[in-house]
Design a protein around this ligand. Structure first.
Ligand code: AMP
Length: 439
């Protein structure tokens, strides 16, 4: 099957030719007819299976030219980086179409984005909060939206985003087609979707041959931060010069600590990204990693989802993800577009429960490698790793009468005094026999 077998428009075929894409992926082939029929669609696709094009192709195929300035297609994604990525994909696909696309996200000047929206758009890509802000300020009119895509729906519909998303729904016309996509769909999100989607059709990318199979997954035991750093140093030295390595850590603070720890030896070829960094810094960090200017990128789960960086050869889970779904999203950054990939996870003893959850979800055990001989583990713990010991309060115990030693003596009379609160009402009552009010 080729894209010519899908009933696309000529400008889309031409754009696909330019991109060198000839064969639709499973999710693209299976989802096309469903979405073109106008049905609400739930697409379950492993990451890297071409799900962005899977929804963009039918959306752009059904798009009709209109002179009005208001968007017809709304694509909601959870992070700013994904906004930028999806905007780029739309631009590539619409080289031969008169489609205007724009991206909006928080953390950037709202007036600039409002001006862009007021200028007129056909496709709007954005994060839920900023879409809502623009809609409620009146700059963005959503009354002409015909297609609503929610990408990475389990994240976009996670509790943090949900109120904002529901607010956005309030601005949308009742008649609209939903297309929701994700690699994972929790039961809770599936239940929630039942309230909003009308008889949705589920489309799944075949599991066989999906990128997960192209990712070689291994684990290493490592007891603490400094030991993990030694192991990471050793592994990085062993990788080929052109490898691209994404290192996931569990928090923003840890991302910075790890960066400081290993930046010297990697000089310019290492970057770091997390949500506390300024937006320009974030875009630049992804961009430098994308172009190969940096070989190693330390990241939090901020970029675990959806981000499509070409040729990531290794994903290293320096810390195991708390949520097992994120393991799938993280490792999916490698092994994309028919390439093989490697996912390496560092596991300490306290991670055993999280590891178990991942193995259950993946339906396969993680194979452990022996610690390389050259790596020296340490028992030294950094401050944040030290167990919080409750210092037992000093128990003041009076010696029992029998044990009264030489040091025990009666309190002096003046020290025996107990502080008593002065009670004016009581004092007056005692003096005059009846309650007397203070003047
Ligand atoms: P996605 O799962 O949407 O992040 O896509 C993963 C990567 O595959 C992206 O770089 C796409 O541009 C690329 N891609 C999508 N569809 C195709 C296709 N039919 N043929 C080749 N590459 C594709």
């Amino acid at each position: 099957m080729t894209f010519r077998d899908l009933n696309l428009k000529k400008p889309l075929w031409n754009a696909l030719d330019d991109l060198g894409y000839h064969t639709p992926t499973t999710i693209q082939a299976n989802g096309f007819k469903v979405m073109m029929s106008g049905a609400d669609t739930i697409g379950i696709a492993q990451t890297g299976t071409g799900k962005t094009l899977a929804y963009l192709l039918p959306c752009l195929c059904m798009w009709e030219f209109s002179k009005g300035p208001h968007p017809q297609i709304l694509i909601i994604v959870p992070t700013r980086e994904l906004v930028a990525q999806v905007v780029r994909e739309v631009e590539k696909l619409t080289t031969y179409m008169n489609v205007v696309v724009g991206g909006v996200y928080g953390g950037a000047n709202m007036n600039t984005q409002a001006a862009m929206v007021l200028n007129g758009l056909d496709v709007l890509v954005g994060t839920p909060g900023r879409i809502f802000d623009l809609a409620s300020s009146g700059s963005l009119k959503l009354k002409h939206i015909k297609k609503v895509v929610i990408d990475e729906v389990d994240e976009t519909l996670s509790l943090g985003f949900r109120p904002q998303l529901l607010n956005v729904f309030e601005f949308l016309p009742a008649k609209r087609q939903h297309m929701v996509f994700s690699a994972t769909l929790s039961e809770e999100v599936a239940l929630f979707l039942e309230d909003y989607l009308i008889s949705p059709v589920r489309v799944e990318a075949a599991r066989a041959g999906s990128p997960i199979d192209k990712i070689h997954q291994i684990g290493y035991r490592a007891p603490n931060f400094l030991s993990k750093v030694s192991l990471l140093r050793h592994l990085l030295k062993g990788f080929e010069g052109d490898s691209k390595i994404l290192v996931f850590v569990s928090s923003r603070a840890l991302a910075d600590t790890l960066f400081e720890e290993i930046k010297e030896e990697l000089s310019d070829s290492i970057g770091v990204i997390h949500s506390n960094k300024a937006q320009n810094f974030r875009f630049e960090a992804v961009q430098r990693f994308q172009t190969g200017a940096t070989r190693v990128l330390i990241a939090t789960d901020l970029i675990a989802r959806g981000i499509d960086v070409t040729d990531v050869t290794h994903v290293i889970n320096f810390d195991i993800p708390e949520n097992p779904e994120n393991y799938i999203h993280r490792i999916g950054r490698t092994g994309r577009a028919d390439k093989n990939g490697m996912a390496i996870t560092f596991i300490s003893e306290k991670d055993d429960a999280a590891l178990e959850a991942i193995q259950v979800l993946m339906q396969q055990p993680l194979v452990f490698e022996k610690t390389p001989k050259q790596v020296a583990y340490t028992t030294e713990l950094l401050e944040f790793e030290k167990p919080v010991v409750a210092i037992p309060g000093k128990v003041l115990k009076l010696p029992s009468r029998e044990n009264k030693g030489a040091s025990f003596h009666e309190k002096k009379a003046k020290n025996k005094k107990v502080n008593v609160r002065y009670n004016h009402k009581k004092a007056m009552q005692e003096k005059y026999g009846k309650p007397k009010k203070k003047r």
